[in-house]
Design a protein around this ligand. Structure first.
Ligand code: DC
Length: 228
């Protein structure tokens, strides 16, 4: 039985290309809860840094930009739109350059601690779906359900490749695979809030599963936990 005083939280963590964003979106649509894409905080910061040509090594300046960073996650009916200062930056933050820069600034302890309260503020009734790398381990350690999605790096690179080609964007599979492996390496080995499954997380390997199959498993777990 759920405690009515407690705000329910489901965390969806894992490396990029495992389907976290899509699963989080489908969960949000099903449960009608709030959603936070925590990677968007790092990506929006990265976009400002790249646009303003700020040195990626200037931790102090980047932490000051992170302070009070306010994003909105709006359901467009088919996906989550990310608004920063009222502007839709959903597409701009998805570039490979932004992803790589986001992963580089995510190693800074001061940046992560500035973003912590910005992210926790999203936990309001009726509940929150939190998508990221450290949602279950650091940001919401008391979450009601923690899911950790995995997939081989080859499969994740191939998914990204197909997405880009579908959008008419030129892409190289070997380059995407190299980027994914380098990013995993940084995300897993950083000292602060590294990418890892919480001990109490449910692991789902999505390498050989379609989105519907993953969602079926997730729905079953959500129901078993009494969250729907
Ligand atoms: O999920 P994503 O690809 O949008 O995340 C981009 C980068 O942001 C990722 O490589 C590492 C960082 N990140 C993080 O450190 N912690 C999170 N909770 C989410 C993302």
């Amino acid at each position: 039985m759920l405690d009515p005083e407690k705000i329910p939280v489901i965390t969806i963590d894992g490396p990029s290309g495992t389907g976290k964003g899509t699963i989080s979106y489908l969960l949000r649509s099903w449960l009608n809860w709030h959603l936070i894409d925590s990677g968007a905080f790092y990506r929006v910061l990265a976009l400002s840094i790249l646009d303003d040509e700020i040195d990626l090594l200037d931790e102090k300046k980047i932490a000051s930009l992170a302070s009070g960073l306010a994003l909105e996650f709006v359901d467009s009916g088919i996906e989550t739109k990310i608004l920063y200062r009222g502007d839709d930056c959903s597409n701009a933050i998805r570039s490979e350059a932004c992803g790589v820069a986001a992963s580089k600034i995510a190693v800074y302890e001061s940046v992560r601690s500035e973003l912590l309260s910005c992210q926790r503020n999203f936990a309001v009734l009726p509940g929150l779906i939190a998508d990221g790398r450290d949602m279950g381990t650091v940001v919401f350690p008391a979450a009601d359900l923690k899911i950790f999605l995995t997939a081989t790096s080859e499969e994740r690179a191939s998914r990204r490749y197909k997405q880009l080609i579908k959008k008419g964007i030129d892409a190289s599979l070997p380059a995407l695979l190299r980027d994914i492996r380098e990013r995993d390496e940084r995300d897993i080995n950083r000292a602060q809030s590294p990418l890892k499954a919480s001990d109490d997380a449910v692991l789902i390997d999505t390498s050989n599963l379609g989105i519907e199959e993953v969602m079926l498993k997730v729905r079953q777990i959500v129901k078993i936990r009494g969250l729907a």
